[in-house]
Each structure stands twice: as structure tokens, then as C-alpha cells.
Design a protein around this ligand. Structure first.
Ligand code: KIV
Length: 302
């Protein structure tokens, strides 16, 4: 209602609005001097909400997602125009030095999510629920997801697994107003059950199971689903079947969006999965900078 009313406002009267619209061309649609509802979503808070995701799927607009674990990095990603910033529990390994994602606690996730949210004005921030903070029961998941939304500025949570237990939990959360992103395929919190970080869905039975899980998550109200380390043709089939967007990682290019662990994207990690593609070599750049600094300090040049 408010949006509809605002949509009729002639934005030409506001230079500030006009400036904003120019820089937000993807979200802006000029209609004879008035701006569209989508523009207003941007104007009201400049924030991406879960409702953009379904629309983007319909429009065939790919979704860009990356992980973050602190405010500085989140700010850079947000300013670079990333759509979704995931405070993934991969930060356990990437930023905290744990061997797997299993040991990270809810308090640690809350701490990092708060920091990330302080750096973000526009991207949708999603917080991973850590291992055993939601698997016990839908009630446990509700209490933990509620705490995440109350104590941080995250707008949604992500949890791993699908049908039947997790789909029931996702439904329990979404029916109570908590947006949820699903995650199927290689779900790292189950690493010991998988016997390693192995590609999933390679045989017909497990491919069928993953497809069913994704469908169940959509029926349960998830607004998007991560497909991790599964064959590209399976990811394409799931993407075709679902109305909600699929966000792939190691699942081929036929998903509605892609997510990477940002340390892998930047070439910072000391180990990265085979499907991760580095777009920079920051590990080398940092080492070079540190060596340059060390030399100048040791030679009294700086
Ligand atoms: O924890 C994480 O970073 C994730 C992504 C790999 C999707 O779950």
C-alpha cells in the first residue's frame, strides 16, 4: 500500500533520488518520471530482501553470493554489489582455525554475524546455524534462529539438510516468520557421515534423494537453496524444477546464482576445494607486502 502510493511519487523532484537511481540501474525502472516499486524497495532501505530472490529467478537475473566473517570484508563485498552475504560456518575453518565446521558455537556465529552486519547496508545477510544448534527439534531451531534475528541484523538463517527432518524444521521456522535458506548436496556439517568432503549425488539414488530434498525445502517455505558439490546436470534439473533460486557452489554454472567462500575467491586460503575458483592471489600479495615492509623496517628506510 505504502509502496504503491510512493510509486506514484514523481522522483524528478528529488535530486537525491535521481542520483540513487542512476547508480542502481539494475533495480531501477523509469516509468515516465516515476519510479517503480522495485526502485522504492531500494529507496526505503536500499536493502535487498528475500522477495527480490524469487523475482530475480523469474527474470533470469543471476544471484551473486559470497561469505564474510568480519565487518571490513563485509563492507567491501557490500560496496562491490554482492546480493547476498553469507556468514557461513565455514568461518570456523577460514577465520578461526578449526579443522571442520563442527566445533563453532552459536556465540561465535553471533559475534561474527554482528560484525558483518555492521558493514552491510544493502546485501541480504544470512547467518548459518551451527552444528547441533538446530538438529535436535524444530523448537530448538526456532529458539536459535530467533536469537540470531533478534541479536544481529541478519535477515535470514541457513541450515543444512532436507527431507524429512530438516524440511519439517524449515516449515516450522518459515511459518513463524523466519526466512530460511536451505542447503543440500555436500553439507559440511555431515562430513563424518559422508567420510570426507565428497561430491554427492553421483549415483541415481542419491541424485533422486537430493532432488527430493530440494523440492521438500521449497515446499517448506525456503526462499533459496544452496546446492553444494553435486553434478552439474543434477543442479540444472533441480534449478529447472524449483521456483525458488538455487545458489550453486561446485554445482556447475546452470544454477540461479553462485556462492564462494571469499577466502577461496581471493586466493587467501591455504587449502581450497577443487571447485573453488580464485580470482586473485591475495596470499602472495599479502606476503609480498609484509616482506616489503620488513625489508624497509630492517634497513631503517621506514
Ligand atoms: O559455510 C559456508 O560458507 C557455506 C557455503 C559454502 C555455502 O555454507
Amino acid at each position: 500500500m505504502v509502496e504503491r502510493h510512493l510509486a506514484k511519487v514523481n522522483v524528478a523532484r528529488s535530486n537525491r533520488v535521481a542520483r540513487f537511481c542512476k547508480t542502481e540501474s539494475e533495480r531501477v525502472e523509469w516509468k515516465g518520471g516515476s519510479c517503480s516499486v522495485l526502485t522504492l524497495a531500494g529507496l526505503c532501505a536500499m536493502a535487498i530482501t528475500i522477495h527480490h530472490f524469487k523475482q530475480w529467478k523469474q527474470d533470469g537475473r543471476p544471484i551473486v553470493a559470497l561469505t564474510a566473517w568480519d565487518c571490513l570484508l563485509a563492507k567491501v563485498l557490500d560496496e562491490a554489489g554482492v546480493d547476498l552475504i553469507l556468514v557461513g560456518d565455514s568461518l570456523a575453518m577460514v577465520a578461526l582455525g578449526y579443522d571442520t565446521t563442527l566445533p563453532i558455537t552459536l556465540d561465535e556465529m553471533l559475534h561474527h554475524t554482528k560484525a558483518v552486519c555492521r558493514g552491510v547496508t544493502k546485501a541480504l545477510v544470512v547467518c548459518d546455524l551451527p552444528f547441533l544448534s538446530y538438529q535436535e527439534s524444530p523448537q530448538q531451531a526456532l529458539s536459535v534462529a530467533g536469537q540470531v534475528l533478534k541479536e544481529t541484523q541478519a535477515k535470514a538463517v541457513k541450515l543444512e539438510g532436507g527431507y524429512p527432518a530438516m524440511a519439517e524444521t524449515v516449515q516450522f521456522l518459515t511459518q513463524r516468520g523466519i526466512p530460511v535458506m536451505g542447503h543440500v548436496g555436500l553439507t559440511p556439517q555431515s562430513v563424518h557421515q559422508f567420510g570426507g568432503y565428497r561430491k554427492q549425488g553421483k549415483d541415481p539414488d542419491s541424485a533422486e534423494r537430493i532432488l527430493e530434498e530440494a523440492i521438500a525445502l521449497e515446499s517448506a517455505g525456503a526462499f533459496a537453496v544452496v546446492l553444494e558439490h553435486i553434478p552439474a546436470d543434477l543442479a540444472a534439473t533441480i534449478t529447472h524444477k524449483l521456483k525458488i533460486p538455487t545458489i550453486g557452489i561446485g554445482a556447475g554454472s546452470n544454477c540461479d546464482g553462485q556462492v564462494l567462500v571469499t577466502a577461496d575467491l581471493l586466493g587467501l586460503s591455504d587449502w581450497q576445494p577443487p571447485f573453488a575458483k580464485p580470482y586473485a592471489n591475495l596470499r602472495q600479495s599479502v606476503a609480498d607486502a609484509v616482506q616489503g615492509f620488513s625489508q624497509e623496517v630492517r634497513s631503517h628506510k621506514f
